[in-house]
Write a protein that binds this ligand. Structure first.
Ligand SMILES: *Cc1c(COP(=O)(O)O)cnc(C)c1O
Length: 484
């Protein structure tokens, strides 16, 4: 039986992995999830313990992308997860592991996920996505216009994964003047003809709303072959499941042990992958959701009330990639929490999509939240600075502001005997203002990135206006056809 994917809102036809690969939202506005989660038994876990990253990726992804020929999937994975692609690691770990584990003290680890071309964990999934897209497009002779929104790291990861790929154009919306100089330069300095940077007068959530609005314009979406690379894209979540397995084996000696993960969170994509790894049988004790001052997720896990906030209530912080107040992947988790009740999901998300809150506390199901191992906490600028400083002084390890939020919250829940793994979501080099403030020194940059801010930049400034964005895509698509 081929794995089928269903929508959280229950009104879209079930599809296979390659059928949903290029799309974003399901036609009914929901998100695709596996109809049932594949299960890894204890005996299967034991056999996976010695696998290297590509082998593990194949073991996990072949269960989720089972409508692809196994040999093709293997070739794509072997091409993606190489030390040459993930070569920008810190000096204190070896990059042959792809996602090395750095031990701060016995039982407390950092999982280094940001050794790819753009120095953030987004590269882990996006590089795979680029190669999967190329594969299915070549097979079907289709073209694709990728429309995305970024708070800083998704955009560059997507653009570095898609640059120069034939049949693909990227339209990336980013909030004007809200990203770090390094993040901005990384994106806007790309000169590839198939990459279009649109700087929106607004915040990240405005960008995300525009992407949703265009995706809901079914006719435009069809005519212009609009695809998505935002974290609502299922293949990205699937790719992220793999490193939870890798980290588990690296931090334990046998499969009777369980571990906890602390995940710096914004759109809930990364921690959603952890939730699914757990549902697939990985022995995870706690999944700790760490937020910054934009604490909508922390509020939910503490109170049962999910209260998405509007742009005016979204703070611009020193961990900017988490400045998100509407966590799109959260819908996938609540779908499981609801007992996969798509009628209730439709009722709740009709409110969420209008910007209203939902209160799950009054529903009996919130009582079962502890069965999912979810805990949460939040951080702020002062805590972030202190954590960066403490980690540097105590361990000689420099961490970025997002990872600092994760570590800060992890330490609130660290318990003896249960390894705690903090996901390192970016490298300090991306956020030198914050590092300068915390440590009074500049982070070192990987080879070849020293001069990034001085490169010429290429971007278009636009208002948060759906018609203007659609017009821009139409114009560029026609122009691209003419010059091809
Ligand atoms: C994207 C990002 C996050 C948030 O991840 P989600 O999957 O959106 O929860 C955290 N830290 C960094 C550095 C990021 O780029």
């Amino acid at each position: 039986m081929v794995m089928r994917y269903i929508s959280t809102r229950g009104l879209a036809p079930a599809q296979t992995f390659t059928q949903i690969l290029l799309g974003g939202l399901a036609p009914d506005g929901g998100l695709y999830v596996p109809e049932t989660y594949p299960q890894f038994k204890k005996s299967e876990l034991a056999a996976m313990r010695e696998m290297d990253y590509p082998q593990l990726a194949l073991a996990v992804l072949s269960r989720l992308a089972d409508d692809m020929p196994g040999e093709d999937l293997r070739a794509i994975i072997d091409n993606t997860y190489t030390p040459a692609v993930y070569c920008n690691g810190r000096n204190d770990v070896s990059t042959v592991d792809i996602t090395p584990l750095l031990t701060l003290e016995p039982g407390l680890h950092l999982l280094c996920l940001s050794n790819g071309p753009t120095l953030a964990f987004k590269d882990m999934a996006m590089q795979l996505l680029g190669n999967l897209f190329e594969y299915v497009l070549a097979d079907s002779k289709q073209t694709l216009n990728i429309l995305g929104a970024t708070s800083g790291d998704t955009g560059s990861a997507a653009e570095y994964a898609m640059r120069g790929k034939s049949g693909i154009q990227v339209f990336m919306l980013s909030p004007l003047n809200k990203m770090s100089r390094f993040q901005t330069a990384q994106m806007y300095s790309l000169q590839d003809a198939n990459i279009h940077n649109i700087a929106v007068n607004g915040v990240f959530d405005d960008c995300q709303d525009l992407v949703k609005a265009v995706s809901n314009d079914q006719e435009f979406k069809r005519n212009y072959h609009i695809g998505a690379v935002n974290s609502i894209n299922w293949a990205r979540i699937a790719a992220q499941i793999v490193y939870y397995f890798k980290a588990y084996f690296a931090a334990t000696h046998h499969d009777e042990q369980s571990v906890s993960f602390a995940v710096p969170s914004g759109n809930f994509g990364n921690v959603c992958a952890g939730h699914i790894a757990r549902m697939m049988g990985l022995p995870i004790k706690q999944l700790i959701v760490a937020t910054n001052e934009n604490d909508v997720l922390d509020e939910f896990f503490k109170t049962g009330v999910y209260r998405p906030r509007d742009a005016a209530q979204t703070y611009h912080t020193s961990s900017p990639s988490m400045d998100i107040s509407k966590a799109s992947n959260f819908e996938r988790f609540v779908f499981d929490l609801s007992g996969r009740d798509s009628a209730r999901m439709r009722a709740w998300w009709a409110k969420v999509d209008r910007g209203e809150g939902i209160d799950l506390k009054s529903e009996a199901l919130f009582d079962s939240i502890s069965d999912y191992g979810m805990l949460s906490g939040s951080s702020n600028h002062a805590c972030r600075m202190e954590t960066i400083r403490d980690t540097w002084e105590k361990y000689g390890v420099m961490i970025d502001p997002h990872t600092a939020d994760g570590l800060k919250v992890a330490l609130e829940y660290f318990e003896p005997g249960v390894p705690m793994i903090v996901l390192e979501t970016a490298q300090p080099a991306k956020f030198d203002d914050a590092i300068q403030e915390a440590l009074d020194r500049t982070p070192e940059r990987p080879e070849g990135m020293q001069n990034l801010e001085n490169q010429p930049q290429r971007y278009t400034v636009m208002d948060a206006d759906i018609e203007a964005i659609e017009q821009f895509i139409m114009t560029q698509t026609h122009r691209h056809k003419l010059t091809e």
